[in-house]
Design a binder for this molecule. Structure first.
Ligand SMILES: *Cc1c(COP(=O)(O)O)cnc(C)c1O
Length: 367
């Protein structure tokens, strides 16, 4: 159905200027240019600078392009874990990050809380510090926004835990929230996202932010004989990044488009992007609070995600999703995994229109 408003948490609504930038990219024949050309390096650098302004990191941080965020789970573990990784797990996505470490035969531990719950820094620190005494933790895996449950971990919580492990490689999955969270890149070594969530683009690009400390760790691991990957091992990606190049043929088109959308977001300003996100989230949460048949899934207000709003449904979620499609021409997300028919998930990414959100909220309040 044309002109459907997508409120799905990935793939998601395309950013409003996407089509226009795509037209321009075709005009520039970006699909055919050599990735070894000067033109490509300029595109890479432009995207780098736009993301730098948007996300607020300095020149010590590299931006590396890989296939997906899922790939970054694997690459970051391969390149960052020597002794032991520690994971904050509260849903399907953070759980997968943890399972990847085990699949790669790393010694991995988790502090796990129930789905729908968030983390208390003191409790996480207790688990990790006990474990650390027995065998050092040298890698910390945070998921800023657990997309399966709509639980967010505030930056302050991430920083408190990260600060207790200054020597570790501290990594933040910000896939379904970037650019919303304020991540202090002096306190973590890495963060990553993919473009089909909050950047409003089609899937196909993973974006991996990494600092020098992570690079050095990767090099030390390789020297010890650890497998850190082949073409996408950190040292290889970094070496090419220094020339704004990539080890293999990159997806030039989405790298270009990401830069353009980041520039558009910079035009609005990150503070305004955050403010609008908060305002739309508030509309949705208030509406769900008013509804007779819906309930906010995350009980603790401080842990509620601003970018993926989740509600428990009394009726079959699929019926409500169908009804919203028919009545409003809007597509909202089903619950994740086993919550498929008992929850709905509503993406509140920058591409999601304010008045459409208002309309959806008014509708939900009557449900
Ligand atoms: C979607 C998602 C991923 C995986 O992203 P892909 O682009 O599918 O690899 C990882 N982490 C979180 C939190 C996600 O929402």
């Amino acid at each position: 159905m044309p002109n459907t408003h997508y409120f799905t948490p990935g793939p998601a609504a395309l950013y409003p200027t996407y089509a226009q930038h795509l037209q321009e990219a075709l005009h520039l024949q970006i699909g055919s240019i050599s990735h070894r050309s000067r033109f490509f390096s300029e595109i890479y650098e432009q995207t780098y600078r736009a993301l730098q302004q948007l996300l607020g990191f300095d020149d010590e941080v590299a931006v590396l392009f890989v296939g997906s965020a899922t790939e970054v789970w694997e690459r970051s573990i391969q390149n960052g874990v020597d002794s032991r990784s520690a994971h904050l797990v509260n849903g399907a996505f953070s759980e997968k990050f943890y399972q990847f470490a085990k699949l790669l035969q790393k010694d991995a531990i988790a502090h796990t809380v129930a789905e729908g719950k968030g983390f208390v820094a003191e409790e996480v620190l207790q688990t990790f510090q006990e474990a650390h005494k027995i065998k050092p933790i040298d890698f910390l895996a945070f998921t800023h926004n657990e997309t399966a449950t709509g639980v967010s971990t505030p930056s302050e919580t991430i920083e408190r835990i990260a600060d207790a492990f200054p020597d570790a490689i501290r990594v933040v999955d910000m896939v379904s929230s970037a650019p919303y969270p304020h991540i202090d890149f002096r306190k973590v070594e890495s963060a990553f996202f993919s473009v089909q969530k909050a950047f409003g683009m089609p899937a196909g690009l993973g974006v991996w932010l990494v600092n020098h400390k992570f690079l050095k760790k990767s090099e030390a691991l390789a020297q010890k004989g650890a497998i850190t990957g082949t073409y996408h091992r950190l040292s290889e990606l970094w070496k090419h990044f220094e020339q704004f190049q990539t080890p293999a043929t990159p997806p030039v088109l989405p790298i270009y488009l990401l830069g353009k959308i980041a520039e558009d977001l910079n035009q609005i300003g990150i503070e305004q992007v955050r403010k609008l996100t908060d305002q739309k989230a508030q509309l949705l949460y208030e509406a769900i609070g008013k509804s007779k048949s819906l309930e906010i899934a995350v009980a603790e207000p401080a842990h509620r995600s601003a970018t993926v709003v989740v509600a428990n449904t009394q009726k079959e979620a699929s019926a409500l999703i169908e009804q919203i499609k028919n009545d409003l021409n809007m597509e909202i997300g089903a619950g994740y995994g086993k919550a498929k028919n008992t929850q709905i998930r509503i993406a509140n990414f920058p591409a999601v229109d304010f008045s459409a959100t208002q309309q959806l909220a008014d509708y939900l309040a009557q449900c």
